[in-house]
Design a protein around this ligand. Structure first.
Ligand SMILES: NC(=O)c1ccc[n+]([C@@H]2O[C@H](COP(=O)([O-])OP(=O)(O)OC[C@H]3O[C@@H](n4cnc5c(N)ncnc54)[C@H](OP(=O)(O)O)[C@@H]3O)[C@@H](O)[C@H]2O)c1
Length: 201
């Protein structure tokens, strides 16, 4: 498959690239810092802007799916996530690519456990509405979307033993490698179209 990876230099994104290449896919990594990624013959490295529809659409054309692990680190008030979602949806419409998966966050589920319930209105109070706005931009009828909401991320090993649940959170921690593995599997064999998916180890 031809997969378009966003956030490829990050924790989950590096696993998306590694697993995607291992499974023989042809990848485009659309990044702001190409120097962070090692070249590979099946990897097309593009320096790109996540907030420019035309530039993104030109690079995105003729791919089978978009996999995003984009996430700004700020917890302050921002619209970066919403603006990214809006740009991506418009770019996809412009170039006719329909399949998309984006990493969001488990704190948007209603039932999130005690720690999540404490953090959502405090530490994550600005992040949560921006994350929800990003999801809304992507959950368009014309897109074949899957929203992936992981709980707390670790740098633990790839287990492939993760649990998946549509519309709810099946646990409270998952490795970045397992999130990426789920997304590559889901690209290959879509089983959660138009679903918000909870994943956990
Ligand atoms: N941490 C958790 O426990 C947790 C839990 C649930 C959900 N999440 C979500 O999962 C996301 C991915 O996690 P992660 O650990 O893979 O994050 P990460 O390592 O911080 O990676 C984030 C990626 O987004 C890119 N990025 C950030 N701001 C950008 C901008 N303005 N323009 C272009 N690219 C930008 C980064 O690019 P650069 O390398 O160029 O900076 C990087 O590739 C998080 O950002 C968060 O939204 C996190």
């Amino acid at each position: 498959m031809r997969l378009f990876i966003i956030g490829a230099t990050g924790g989950i994104g590096q696993h998306l690239v590694r697993i995607g290449l291992e499974r023989g896919h042809e990848l485009t990594a659309y990044v702001r810092s190409p120097h962070k990624i090692a070249p590979h013959k099946q990897l097309n490295l593009v320096r790109g802007d996540l907030f420019n529809v035309g530039a993104m659409a030109r690079s995105l054309a003729e791919h089978d799916a978009v996999l995003s692990a984009f996430g700004p680190t700020t917890i302050r008030t921002t619209t970066l996530r919403r603006d990214f979602g809006r740009t991506l949806a418009s770019a996809m419409e412009e170039c006719g690519v329909r399949r998309v998966q984006i990493v969001s966050a488990a704190f948007l589920f209603r039932k999130i456990g005690i720690l999540g319930a404490l953090l959502k209105p405090t530490l994550f109070r600005f992040m949560a509405p921006d994350m929800a706005a990003m999801e809304r931009e992507i959950m368009k009828d014309e897109l074949a979307w899957t929203i992936v909401r992981p709980p707390r991320l670790t740098n633990g090993a790839l287990t492939r033993g993760y649990r998946i649940a549509d519309g709810e959170l099946p646990g409270h921690v998952i490795s970045r490698a397992d999130v990426a593995d789920f997304m590559i599997q889901e690209a290959e064999t879509p089983a959660h179209l138009h679903q918000i998916v909870g994943v956990a180890d």
